[in-house]
Design a protein around this ligand. Structure first.
Ligand SMILES: [Zn+2]
Length: 113
């Protein structure tokens, strides 16, 4: 499968994730999806990212903000539920809430490396 096909599957699965969030009463806004190498370098320098090999560089990651009863959350049992749902959709999917180096609950990615 080429990168474009991987990206298309990623977007289709993100659509399912958005619908699941809404069915749980979690409203979403977009954070970052595609990221340039220049932006990644800034984040690494600022300590906001640990890698220059982020899936955002390949259009295979997206960050969301979660609103539950009108309040912004990054940690919440419903968000963990969404993370588990995301990982159940495809063996290549990872949720940032399960990263061992830091918690990134808004981050959803497809890992094709
Ligand atoms: Zn991210």
């Amino acid at each position: 499968m080429n990168l474009s096909q991987e990206q298309q599957i990623f977007v289709q699965q993100i659509a399912l994730l958005i619908l699941r969030a809404n069915s749980l009463g979690v409203n979403l806004t977009f954070g970052e999806a595609y990221r340039t190498k220049e932006q990644e370098a800034i984040y690494v320098k600022e300590g906001k990212s640990k890698t220059m090999d982020s899936n955002h560089l390949r259009r295979l990651a997206i960050d969301f903000n979660f609103f539950i009863n009108g309040e912004l959350f990054y940690r919440h049992p419903l968000i963990s539920q969404l993370g588990n749902y995301w990982e159940s959709l495809d063996p290549l999917n990872n949720w940032g809430g399960h990263f061992h180096y830091f918690y990134d609950g808004g981050h959803f990615e497809r890992n094709v490396k």
